[in-house]
Design a protein around this ligand. Structure first.
Ligand SMILES: Nc1nc2c(ncn2[C@@H]2O[C@H](COP(=O)(O)OP(=O)(O)OP(=O)(O)O)[C@@H](O)[C@H]2O)c(=O)[nH]1
Length: 643
């Protein structure tokens, strides 16, 4: 505020200088024009004085007084009036008596001041100036000049030139460059103890040269100052009593002072008005600029916002499309309000209408009863520990109560504590994927089962048997119970094949396998096709004796089939030989040696059962042999018939 004030004052001062300068310049111009006007008149008067023809004509006419001799003189006087714009041009004699005018002879004398001037002009032999006068001879203020004429050194008289000041001089003072209401220039002259106002006054009706005031000060303080010798810019009151600023200059070669003045009120009101205008303009400009920048800033912000909004909308569209394509929805769980804020896709996945909210209770009710407890635990845990959530669970969809599998990936986040505790995540309906996985699992299980099944007899194959042996051995070891194995071989099967053909051989093997399976009663017993025409039976918990009894039962079962075998070992039917072994983990096994590992156990079990089988073959087939030391001899020295 203070700054603005001092700026204003500084500008006002500057403007005051401008006004003062302007006033001074106008004053100088007017002084110059008045001076040149006066110089020109003086020059014209000098030209008349130097006019030898005119002087000669006047001398002749003075001598003859003949009217004809007056003609050239009158012509000359008329030409002065008409061409040089004199109001009057007259011939006077050396005493100042009027002799001749443009229209003819005249009578009377010049006023006293002119006569004085005439004497001086004749004495100096150069034109004389009378200055501004107003007396009874002319009804207007006039400026008089006297151009003396001589015949040799003899004075003849003079030409008195009279100029109407109203038409030639005063207009020079009215040339103001602006349309000011109060500005005016006036001519004043000190005459003795008085100051005479030589030119008309703008604001008074006094005729020029009629208004006078004492030289020490009167109606006009600025005029008083000027006539007292003050120069430069004068501040005071004028003849109206108005405060004015004025400047005064002397007109060269005269006693005239030319004073130019203007009302302070007008000058400075104008200055103030301009200042205010300038300030208002500056303020308006500043406001405009400010407004412009605000508008620009708002416009840019709006454009930025619009671009961001468009990008956001586009990304939202992409997200929606991606969600639809992937059947993924997203949600935000607001722990304080206990609601899930759902995207459109998430709502659709749960079978809820549109985008919206799902209360925690609603979600719990939707959960499959088998998954509910686990899900509440996991969800609560993730919220409490602020950990990530990766779960699959089933829901009964709200819209159709269909059971659907959901996969949820979520993370806890409170955005640096600025928001309420939230969990944000995605939900995907994975029912089809789960179904495909389950189907695949079923195929896999079936395939695995196939791998362990003998395709001909549909019994367990050797791989399955090995796995069972390892598994049962571990169990036997933990329980301290025995584990028995029967190795079964169809007697003279090569001969059966040769006799009945391979197809019949296959059918025979299928029948034998089925008979073995049927004859086995206990759950946990495993009947397997060991390879070729060999079968094996694993009997968990069976001692050697118990296993031998089972072997006998199986042998009888095969015999019971009564499959014809013309080249069999006896009775013309298919028979089997069985080798029986049993081992006891705790060392109470029927056979010698306690295996340390499952592999050792299996090896021992098979080796012993094999030895017993060889023994059975050796002893004539169609019989069951429990492994014993006698079997070892056979292994070391097998008879030819076994090879
Ligand atoms: N049809 C058929 N024959 C098989 C199959 N696997 C093995 N064989 C046959 O079974 C016969 C087994 O013969 P060997 O090992 O000599 O014994 P064997 O003739 O039964 O004589 P012993 O065992 O001493 O009583 C071979 O001729 C094999 O070709 C099969 O899957 N189908």
């Amino acid at each position: 505020m203070l700054g603005a004030r001092s700026v204003y004052q500084e500008r006002e001062l500057r403007y005051r200088h401008v006004i003062e300068g302007g006033l001074g310049a106008i004053n100088q111009l007017q002084v110059k024009s008045v001076d040149s006007w006066r110089q020109r008149r003086m020059g014209e008067a000098a030209a008349v004085t130097d006019d030898g023809l005119l002087a000669a004509a006047m001398a002749r006419w003075r001598r003859t007084r003949a009217p004809a001799d007056a003609v050239p003189l009158r012509e000359r006087l008329r030409s002065l009036v008409e061409h040089l714009q004199y109001t009057g041009a007259y011939l006077v004699d050396p005493q100042g008596q009027l002799l001749l005018g443009p229209d003819g002879p005249l009578k009377g004398a010049m006023p006293a001041a002119e006569r004085d001037a005439l004497r001086a002009a004749l004495a100096l032999a150069q034109p004389g100036v009378i200055g501004l006068q107003r007396d009874g001879m002319f009804a207007f203020p006039y400026f008089g000049l006297l151009a003396p004429l001589f015949e040799g050194a003899q004075p003849l008289g003079a030409v008195w030139l009279v100029v109407d000041a109203r038409t030639t001089l005063y207009p020079l003072l009215a040339t103001w460059p602006n349309g000011s209401q109060t500005a005016e220039s006036l001519l004043v002259e000190r005459r003795g103890e008085e100051v005479v106002f030589l030119s008309p006054l703008r604001h008074r009706d006094d005729a020029p040269l009629t208004l006078r005031m004492p030289a020490g000060g009167g109606v006009d303080a600025t005029v008083a100052l000027a006539t007292a010798g003050s120069r430069g810019t004068l501040y005071g009151t004028d003849y109206r009593g108005e405060r004015v600023l004025a400047t005064a200059s002397a007109v060269p070669g005269t006693t005239w002072l030319l004073i130019s003045k203007i009302d302070e009120a007008e000058a400075f009101t104008e200055a103030q008005r301009r200042e205010w205008l300038a300030l208002a303009l500056a303020a308006s400009l500043a406001l405009l600029l400010l407004g412009g920048s605000v508008v620009l800033w708002r416009w840019r912000a709006w454009r930025r916002e619009r671009a961001l909004k468009q990008r956001l909308e586009q990304h939202m569209r992409w997200l929606e499309t991606a969600q639809r394509a992937a059947s993924v929805g997203y949600f935000v769980y607001d722990a304080e309000r206990r609601v899930f804020l759902m995207s459109t896709m998430a709502s659709a996945i749960f079978g809820l209408p549109g985008e919206g909210e799902m209360g925690l209770r609603q979600w719990i009710d939707m959960l499959h009863p088998d998954d509910r407890e686990e899900m509440l635990r996991v969800h609560g845990e993730a919220m409490a520990q602020r950990s990530a959530l990766r779960v699959q669970y089933r829901v009964r969809r709200a819209s159709d109560a269909h059971e659907r599998w959901m996969e949820v990936h979520a993370e806890y986040g409170d955005a640096q504590g600025r928001e309420r505790p939230r969990m944000t995540g995605t939900v995907q309906d994975i029912t089809e994927r789960r179904q495909a996985e389950e189907q695949l699992e079923r195929y896999r299980t079936a395939l695995e089962a196939q791998v362990r099944v003998d395709p001909l007899t549909q019994l367990a194959n050797r791989l399955a048997l090995d796995e069972h042996v390892a598994f049962e051995w571990e169990r036997a070891r933990r329980a301290g119970s025995p584990l028995a194995l029967l190795m079964i071989d169809v007697d003279r099967f090569k001969a059966f094949n040769d006799h009945y053909g391979h197809m019949a051989g296959d059918r025979c093997l299928q029948n034998v396998g089925q008979a073995l399976l049927t004859a086995m009663g206990r759950a946990g017993d495993v009947v397997a096709r060991y390879g070729g025409e060999e079968f094996a039976v694993l009997l968990p918990g069976a001692s050697g004796e118990q296993a031998w009894l089972v072997a006998e039962r199986l042998r009888e079962a095969v015999r019971g089939l009564a499959v014809e075998h013309a080249r069999g070992s006896g009775d013309g039917i298919v028979t089997i030989s069985v080798g029986v072994s049993s081992i006891q983990p705790a060392g109470r096994e029927a056979t010698t040696g306690v295996p340390r590992s499952g592999v050792d156990a299996a090896h021992a079990l098979f080796r012993q059962a094999d030895a017993a089988l060889y023994r059975a073959k050796q002893c004539g087939r169609d019989q069951s042999v429990l492994y014993g030391p006698e079997c070892e001899m056979v292994l070391h020295d097998p008879p030819d018939s076994l090879l």
